[in-house]
Design a protein around this ligand. Structure first.
Ligand code: SF4
Length: 361
């Protein structure tokens, strides 16, 4: 595999769910394409119901696609058998949102972390104990944590254990599904920074799923914005957040917390103007899925589905009006997670606030 070949490549993925009562299928994901390169974080962001978790589940083989393909390391895994999935689990792992339910309360940390080593690598107890100690150290937990049960740990510590478990077999891609959402702000920052440190050390590719665009911005090299199961905008994280070309991306950014209360109030009022009403995914018509909520909608928006098109500002966007709308005036330099602290974040803010001409060079 060349350095340019994505580790994970999703092409035109569609996942539909059957419903009772003669209702048409729920089109949870429709025609989504994305890829993850080695050592890259691709953020998948959208509101609840946008299909982001379903995409993660389809990649893991937990939901079955009705169309499209999923390739890992250039191998088609769309319809991988259970035994192929077991082998794949050494290279493709997941960390879920809830550290309280994702760990078995009846198993010690050693039992949880050593299981993949014993199952996949047939390690002896002494070998696996040494590996577990290394894994705990890597995520900032003491060696003696191995003999304790999950109940002995805080939420942040449990998420560290879940991350250690995901990394036990040195995976090449980890799907992080709302990994920080259930944690306090200060603990969020620790977990996010831990994931970044581990990525720098082991060149892991992350598919980072979150409803919070500020967290996604902090973590990601590229961002895919999803709405009702479809891609609205995709591009480098710095451009998506500094010069959004899609009204929905702009609405998400307006909802992100910023440190200045006056500015926050202005952004909230702008967001309320933008998002007039919510609309069910079942009501999708032939046009732009965002049209019922979009203040810029024209007649064509309600009748013709916009295709993804390259925007001169550097992103790829599905909007009929992306060339005549300038949405960057919203300003997003403050759209970083309130939890994140330190120089990395200050640098991220500075990068986000660069001028458009600087970003294009
Ligand atoms: Fe709004 Fe039309 Fe663009 Fe959809 S295509 S986001 S309705 S302007």
């Amino acid at each position: 595999m060349s350095a340019e070949t994505p580790l994970l490549k999703v092409t035109d993925l569609a996942v539909h769910f059957r419903r009772r009562g003669g209702l048409p299928p729920l089109r949870a994901v429709d025609g989504v394409s994305l890829d993850v390169m080695p050592g890259e974080t691709v953020g998948l962001v959208g509101e609840s119901g946008s299909g982001k978790t379903t995409i993660g589940r389809a990649i893991l083989g937990l939901d079955r696609p009705v169309a499209g393909s999923i390739r890992f390391d250039d191998r088609d895994i769309t319809d991988a058998t259970p035994s192929e999935r077991r082998r794949l689990s050494t290279e493709l792992q997941v960390v879920f949102q809830d550290p309280y339910s994702s760990l078995d309360p009846r198993r010690t940390v050693y039992q949880t972390l050593s299981e993949p080593l014993i199952v996949h690598q047939r390690m002896s107890k002494s070998e696996s104990a040494a590996q577990v100690a290394t894994a705990l150290e890597r995520v900032g937990l003491p060696h003696n944590a191995a003999s304790n049960y999950p109940a002995a740990f805080s939420g942040g510590q449990r998420q560290r254990i879940a991350i250690a478990r995901a990394l036990m077999l040195s995976p090449r891609v980890v799907i992080c599904d709302e990994v920080a959402s259930a944690l306090d702000l200060s603990i969020q920052a620790q977990v996010l920074n831990l994931l970044r440190t581990l990525q720098a050390e082991f060149a892991i590719g992350y598919l980072f799923i979150s409803h919070d665009i500020a967290v996604v911005r902090y973590m990601s090299h590229r961002i895919v914005v999803l709405y009702q199961g479809e891609v609205m905008e995709v591009g480098p994280a710095s451009l998506i957040t500094a010069t959004p070309a899609h009204p929905y991306t702009r609405a998400l950014l307006s909802a992100a917390p910023v440190p200045d209360p006056v500015r926050q109030a202005r952004l909230r009022s702008e967001r309320e103007k933008t998002i007039r009403s919510n609309v069910s995914i079942d009501e999708k018509g032939p046009g732009c899925p965002f049209a019922p909520r979009c203040p810029y909608a024209l007649d064509i928006c309600r009748s013709v589905r916009p295709e993804l098109d390259i925007d001169p500002r550097g992103t790829t966007v599905a909007c009929h009006r992306h060339l005549d709308l300038d949405l960057a005036h919203v300003g997003t330099a403050g759209a970083v997670p309130a939890a994140a602290q330190g120089d990395d974040v200050r640098r991220a803010r500075l990068r986000t606030g660069r001028s458009r001409s600087e970003q294009q060079h």
